[in-house]
Design a protein around this ligand. Structure first.
Ligand SMILES: *[C@@H]1O[C@H](CO)[C@@H](O)[C@H](O)[C@H]1NC(C)=O
Ligand SMILES: *[C@@H]1O[C@H](CO)[C@@H](O)[C@H](O)[C@H]1NC(C)=O
Ligand SMILES: *[C@@H]1O[C@H](CO)[C@@H](O)[C@H](O)[C@H]1NC(C)=O
Ligand SMILES: *[C@@H]1O[C@H](CO)[C@@H](O)[C@H](O)[C@H]1NC(C)=O
Ligand SMILES: *[C@@H]1O[C@H](CO)[C@@H](O)[C@H](O)[C@H]1NC(C)=O
Ligand SMILES: *[C@@H]1O[C@H](CO)[C@@H](O)[C@H](O)[C@H]1NC(C)=O
Length: 426
């Protein structure tokens, strides 16, 4: 029997119905099916990266590259520049991009459990997150229907979270209504919610299959270690883009975007006095999660090899095109000209575009260079100093310099970002 990529695909397809827990036995069954062919290798050592049952040298790298479906995870935290980074994937015509599908899972869990239970259910919640990701990566959107409220009828829903952030869900065949706007290059956000009818999830699954690759953005998974079973899953070729950002910038952005939740912080910022009831735990947890994930990545465990790339948002904002090329190189995908066009239109305010219309909370159309540093004008120095103390090891690990004085903070010619090269884990 010839051991070809077709067979691998067939096996992958056949295995979709297999329970997630059966991965190990599935893995063991692959090499046997290749043994008839002399070109195939026997099983690889357990720790080595599991890729295909057959020797990779069987096919030239380029061929493998274009044929294998990539399962891309933009792994981030809220207000870390993930909408911007997500667009770099969303604009690629071969990528089916979904913006935070785990929102629906969290909503469903949050409503059904008490606060106490929620803590106890952390493992269950993470498991549900992973199951949903796995199903979405195989273009099965029906699993998601269990979580969408109100419940979809006939696979139709009007409640898909941030549908218009997904170009595939706003274009044919999923939405036939917007061809004009798409041609004019208007951002989907400006017209898709108004023009596209209820989302047909069956059609969306088909559209997903038609595109070669799936990318999912999430801000709801705490640590990269929580993704381990997905990187080890033989049905996936997971590519984790771990997006980090200066925690001082994250805080500043959260204070603006989630004004109610951050009222105490805003009072502190406005008055220069720290209210007793300021919640320091959230930013502390954000730093700890970012740091632990980064440390895991830097340790290069076998299960992350070929699956992990650390990206600092600041590097992306300062050098969008260069960094985007690095990301696509890591993904093993060609950089489509549409992605480059989007970068040109959205990272430089001097370039005319339709960006003026596109101005809401999650807007990504802006001068990325200026935005990355704007927090330095928007936070009082005592707040900055507090975050620097809470997050000092995270800052030093990621190459963010503490500001020692107000002048350090406000004088933008003093960079607070140390040059660092982070390479993919190989
Ligand atoms: C959760 O419960 C609240 C209050 O009962 C309700 O307004 C909301 O729609 C529910 N959300 C979901 C996703 O079920
Ligand atoms: C959704 O799309 C599928 C696939 O094209 C189609 O068969 C089905 O009739 C559509 N559902 C509705 C309610 O329009
Ligand atoms: C931004 O756009 C202006 C006007 O189109 C151009 O002169 C300038 O070189 C651009 N800057 C960058 C960094 O692309
Ligand atoms: C903090 O206060 C300054 C002026 O006092 C203001 O310009 C800035 O926007 C505030 N920052 C945030 C995040 O609210
Ligand atoms: C962070 O602060 C603690 C306590 O002040 C100190 O012990 C530690 O060395 C600092 N870590 C770094 C990386 O600066
Ligand atoms: C800002 O920093 C630069 C470089 O350190 C320095 O030359 C300049 O004088 C500073 N400007 C102000 C206003 O302090």
């Amino acid at each position: 029997m010839e051991c070809s990529w077709k067979m691998v695909l067939l096996l992958v397809c056949a295995s979709l119905g297999v329970q997630y827990t059966a991965i190990r036995s599935l893995r063991d069954s692959f090499p046997a099916s290749c043994q008839g062919s002399s070109t195939c290798q026997t099983r690889q050592p357990k720790e080595s990266r599991w890729r295909s049952p057959c020797d990779e040298s069987l096919f030239p790298v380029e061929t493998t590259t274009s044929l294998t479906r990539r399962h891309i995870l933009l792994f981030a935290t809220t207000r870390s520049g993930s909408s911007f980074t997500g667009q770099l994937l969303n604009q690629h015509p071969g990528i089916f991009y979904v913006f935070e599908p785990l929102y629906h899972v969290q909503q469903a869990f949050t409503n059904s459990s008490s606060r106490l239970q929620r803590t106890l259910d952390r493992r269950a919640l993470l498991g549900a997150y992973r199951d949903l990701l796995l199903n979405l990566y195989t273009c099965d959107l029906s699993f998601l229907e269990n979580y969408i409220r109100p419940e979809p009828q006939d696979h139709l829903t009007g409640s898909f979270f941030r549908r218009s952030s997904s170009h595939a869900l706003c274009s044919p065949p999923v939405c036939q209504e917007g061809s004009e706007e798409t041609l004019e290059g208007q951002p989907d956000e400006t017209w898709c919610p108004k023009k596209c009818r209820a989302l047909n999830l069956t059609l969306a699954s088909l559209a997903c299959q038609e595109r070669g690759h799936v990318a999912i953005k999430t801000v709801r998974i705490p640590e990269v270690g929580d993704l381990r079973t997905l990187t080890e899953d033989p049905r996936l070729d997971l590519k984790i883009i771990h997006l980090v950002r200066d925690p001082r910038a994250i805080l500043s952005s959260r204070m603006t975007a989630f004004a109610d939740q951050f009222r105490a912080w805003r009072i502190w910022n406005a008055t220069g006095r720290q209210p007793r009831y300021v919640d320091l735990t959230q930013i502390t947890r954000t730093c700890r999660d970012m740091e632990e994930s980064t440390e895991t990545g830097l340790q290069r465990p076998a299960w992350l090899r070929g699956h992990y790339l650390l990206v600092r948002y600041e590097d992306l904002a300062l050098n969008p095109e260069k960094k985007t090329r690095e990301i696509y190189q890591f993904l093993g995908l060609d950089l489509d000209h549409r992605v480059l066009t989007w970068i040109a239109q959205n990272t430089n305010v001097s370039t005319p575009s339709s960006s003026s219309e596109w101005n809401y909370k999650y807007s990504t159309a802006r001068d990325s260079r200026a935005t990355a540093e704007s927090w330095r004008h928007h936070l009082g120095f005592d707040i900055v100093r507090t975050v620097q103390n809470l997050c000092n090891s995270t800052l030093s690990l990621l190459g963010y310099r503490p500001a020692q004085s107000v002048n350090d903070l406000r004088n933008l010619s003093k960079s607070l970002v140390e040059p660092r090269g982070f390479h993919p884990v190989r």
